[in-house]
Structure formats: structure tokens, C-alpha cells
Design a binder for this molecule. Structure first.
Ligand code: P53
Length: 477
């Protein structure tokens, strides 16, 4: 399998899942700092009024990367990473989100960080918003409040100007489509800073989420335009969680049901790439009684700020059956059933390498834009042996089978794939559960869910395996 020259192999993380140092050097509290630790089936709690005594807040600690980045980056360099994806913590730069002036200490931190990536031969790939709005803005309605657009664009402009010679690849909103699970509180909260309000009816919640989505489209388009003014060489992309939804059978009702649900992913690409709202969405808003406030000029902004490429996360696929929709409790997908042909992880994520080729083809055929796979990986329970070594053969086989499919999409289907970054290349705090024990890394971090441990790093078996994959540009899998 031949990967193109210059293919961006690497790893991916997000600031709030690894930096720690949540209240150092002038950083303000972000929405993730008040998310408690949960577990599989135990939701994380949002204590938006502040930190509550006796509760566990794992994102405040991360894995202490804020203080260890040079040593950790040396391990990524050892694996031969060509790029490294992380995010900028918005509240390090604008502690309250609406401050007049940025926090210089925060700007300096990322300058040192991005310089370190270059020194180690890694091209930074930077997400502007990875589930991390300043808590102060969330308290004012998050992205449902138009004010957040101006604050975000000021933040984005500040960092794009400051790092214009250090960063070329930018992503706007991480997995912006997660919030389509509108009634799972964590998603509107982490995507858009919408704090759950027990007085809201389900329709009111949806109204807020749709408004936030519109505001994020405007913010993203303004950012793309500003970015291209700052440096015409910038490549700015959107980021979509691509969980393909299959019809459980060839019953035409299942096929149509899956097709309609896929719009909850495609609507984002449709707006980001085509620069206008698709008719199925305008019809849906009308039919379901949502009125989205669009300011004069918004349509032109959205049209003028389309993305240069599409980035995706890919972990799993899903299947649905139209007949099962009646049993839906409002969480997950309506009519979701287990796919009997594939296995699942301990957290119930269904492992489907072919699905990755399938989404690469579908997206490329729909949009004709280059695609960057910026997250793929497997969360597992792991215990090191007496020497601190983890033989993570299951991770190797997961990654190998997915990379194979990326290779097929390139070689057989002609999809332009820019690169591939393994999610959580070093063990980090799980986003969904807040656990440390749901591990994704090729580097083990000795820490538990409550922050106990030495925090020492050790190479897992997949470390050497991935090093060879990169060294052979994907030929040795
Ligand atoms: P964790 C759902 C579906 C696909 C990706 O997730 C998702 C989610 C949310 O759980 O999240 C992304 O840590 C996200 C990362 C996250 C990673 O996938 O819940 O962009 O921040 O850590 C893995 O197992």
C-alpha cells in the first residue's frame, strides 16, 4: 500500500484532556474544568456554578502536559510524527472570553509549544475550539448568544496572527455535529457552552442548539476569511465526527431512515463546503417550528468563508432500524440496533474498519475536498506488566486494519487524504467519561481516574509498531 509523499502521519490530543495547569499563568476556568469524572454508563456531571467540594474534576489535572511537553514531544519525535494535532485552550488566551486584551502568558505558552513541534520535525495542526469555551461565556448562553461569535473571532484572529508563521493547518470547531444528540446534556454543553436548564422543554433546548449551530457557522466562516487574510497559505478545515449510520436491513424504510439520520452529519459539511443551508434543513426547521435568528449579511458571510478541507474523527459505525424508532428514549440514535457483523469495544463502540473507507468515499464524492483523518483509535483497559510494559496487540490490530482502509481509499478510490493522526497518542483523560482508565495511547501514563500515580510515561508495544508504519510511509503495517 503506497501512501502519498508528504502524508501527514501523527497523533492527536486536545488541550483540556492533557494540559492540566487549569488555573496557572492567568488561565480562566473553562467549561471542562467543571465536568466531573464519570464512567461507562455513568454520565459526567456539569457543575457550572463552580467547583464543588469533594468532587473529582479530571480535566483540571490532565496528564500535566503543560509542564512536561518537551519530554513528551521527544517521544512523539521518536515515533517519527510528521505532524501533531492539539488545541488551544481559549481561556488561556482570553480568561473570561470577553476580555479586551489577551493574556500574554497564555500566548507565550503556545508559542513555545509550537516552536517545540517544529524543532522536533512535527507540523502543528491546531483546533481552535475543542470542547473548551471560557466558563464565563457559557454562563451568558454560550454560542446560543450571538456575543460568542465576536468573542470567538477575536480569539481566533489573535492566535492566527500570533502564530501565522508557526501554524499552517487550522480546524475550527471539533466534532461540531456531536450536539445533534441534543438531549444528552454533555454534547450541547461541550460543543456550544449551553448549560442545561431544567426549566427548558425539549423544544426549547433544540431551539438553543440550532441557534448555536447557526452562530458557529458564522463564526467559522468569519475565521476562515480572516485566516486567509492573515496568511494566504493557511489551510483551514472543519471537523466532523463521522459515525456512519447503516440501515440494519435492506428494508427500504430502514434505508430511508438511515439516509435521513445521516443528514445530522452531512448538514455540517453541506454548509461548510457549499456555503449555504441545504433545503432539507430549512424544511425541517419550518416543519418543527424553529426560528433561527440570522442577521443581515449572515448568508453572505457563510457563502464567503467556505473551508479548504474536511477533517474527521472516525471510531465506529452505527446501524438503525425504522421499526425500533418508537422505543427511542431521546439518547443515542432513534432506532439504533447492534450490528451483528462486527465486534465492539468495552465501551460499546462498534469496531468497523471498512466503515472508514466508506465514509472517506462518501465525503469525497459529495464534496471533492481533501480529507484529513484527525482522530482514530481505540479506548481500552490496560495494566502494565512488572516492567511497566503494555503489550497492546488489540490496539495494533485496530490501527492496522483502519490504516489499511485509508490506503485503499487512496489507492483504489482516488480519495485525497492529507494525513492520519491517532487519537490520544499518549494516554489522556477520556472526553466522554472523564476516565483515565479508558486509554488510547501508544505511550502509557501512570495515573488513575483520581489523579493518583507517578505520571511516568512508558512506551507500549504499539509505539514501536507505529514508528515502523511511519518510517515505511505505511508500507509496513
Ligand atoms: P472518548 C463520540 C463519538 C465519536 C467521538 O472519545 C467522540 C465522541 C464523544 O465521546 O469524541 C472524540 O475520550 C473527541 C475526543 C475524544 C475522543 O473522540 O470519550 O473529539 O475529544 O477524547 C474519544 O473515548
Amino acid at each position: 500500500m503506497k501512501f502519498p509523499d508528504g502524508f501527514l502521519w501523527g497523533g492527536a490530543v486536545a488541550a483540556h484532556q492533557l494540559e492540566g495547569a487549569w488555573n496557572e499563568d492567568g488561565r480562566g476556568p473553562s467549561i471542562c474544568d467543571v465536568l466531573t469524572g464519570g464512567a461507562h454508563g455513568v454520565p459526567r456531571e456539569i457543575t457550572a456554578d463552580g467547583v464543588e467540594e469533594g468532587k473529582n474534576y479530571p480535566n483540571q489535572r490532565g496528564i500535566n502536559y503543560y509542564h512536561t511537553f518537551r519530554r513528551d514531544d521527544a517521544l512523539f519525535q521518536e515515533m517519527g510524527f510528521k505532524c501533531f494535532r492539539t488545541s488551544i485552550s481559549w481561556s488561556r488566551i482570553f480568561p473570561n472570553g470577553d476580555d479586551e486584551e489577551p493574556n500574554e502568558a497564555g500566548l507565550q505558552f503556545y508559542e513555545k509549544l509550537f516552536e517545540d513541534y517544529h524543532a522536533k520535525g512535527m507540523e502543528p495542526v491546531v483546533t481552535l475550539s475543542h470542547f473548551e469555551m471560557p466558563l464565563n461565556l457559557a454562563k451568558q448562553g454560550g454560542f446560543a448568544n450571538r456575543k460568542a461569535v465576536d468573542c470567538f473571532v477575536r480569539f481566533a484572529t489573535t492566535v492566527m496572527e500570533r502564530y501565522k508563521d508557526l501554524v499552517k493547518y487550522w480546524l475550527t470547531f471539533n466534532e461540531v455535529n456531536n450536539q445533534m444528540e441534543m438531549h444528552t446534556e454533555i454534547f450541547p454543553y461541550t460543543n456550544s457552552g449551553i448549560i442545561p436548564d431544567p426549566n427548558d422543554t425539549p423544544h426549547e433546548v433544540e431551539q438553543k442548539v440550532w441557534q448555536a449551530i447557526h452562530n458557529e457557522f458564522v463564526a467559522s466562516a468569519l475565521t476562515v476569511r480572516k485566516g486567509h487574510e492573515i496568511n494566504p497559505d493557511f489551510r483551514i478545515g472543519c471537523m466532523i465526527a463521522m459515525v456512519p449510520i447503516y440501515p440494519a436491513t435492506c428494508n427500504p424504510d430502514d434505508v430511508m431512515h438511515a439516509e435521513v439520520l445521516m443528514r445530522d452529519r452531512y448538514l455540517f459539511g453541506d454548509v461548510y463546503v457549499n456555503g449555504e443551508y441545504p433545503r432539507y434543513l430549512l424544511n425541517r426547521w419550518k416543519r418543527e417550528g424553529f426560528t433561527i435568528k440570522r442577521e443581515p449579511g449572515d448568508d453572505e458571510i457563510i457563502k464567503a468563508g467556505t473551508v479548504d478541507f474536511i477533517s474527521i474523527s472516525y471510531y465506529m459505525s452505527a446501524a438503525v432500524e425504522a421499526d425500533k424508532v418508537d422505543e427511542w428514549d431521546g439518547h443515542g440514535l432513534p432506532g439504533q440496533v447492534k450490528n451483528p457483523f462486527i465486534a465492539a469495544t468495552d465501551w460499546g463502540w462498534q469496531i468497523d474498519p471498512v466503515g472508514l473507507r466508506y465514509v472517506l468515499c462518501s465525503l469525497y464524492e459529495r464534496y471533492r475536498k481533501p480529507i484529513f483523518v484527525v482522530e482514530n483509535g481505540i479506548g481500552m483497559y490496560e495494566t502494565p506488566d512488572a516492567d511497566g510494559y503494555v503489550a497492546d496487540d488489540a490496539r495494533i490490530s485496530y490501527l492496522r486494519s483502519h490504516i489499511e482502509q485509508v490506503g485503499k481509499a487512496i489507492a483504489l478510490d482516488g480519495v485525497e487524504v492529507m494525513g492520519y493522526t491517532v487519537w490520544g497518542c499518549i494516554d489522556v483523560i477520556s472526553f466522554g467519561t472523564g476516565e483515565m482508565k479508558k486509554r488510547y495511547g501508544m505511550i502509557y501514563v501512570d495515573a488513575d481516574d483520581y489523579g493518583k500515580g507517578s505520571y511516568l510515561r512508558s512506551r507500549k508495544k504499539s509505539f514501536e509498531w507505529y514508528r515502523q508504519v511511519i518510517a515505511s510511509n505505511g508500507e509496513t503495517l
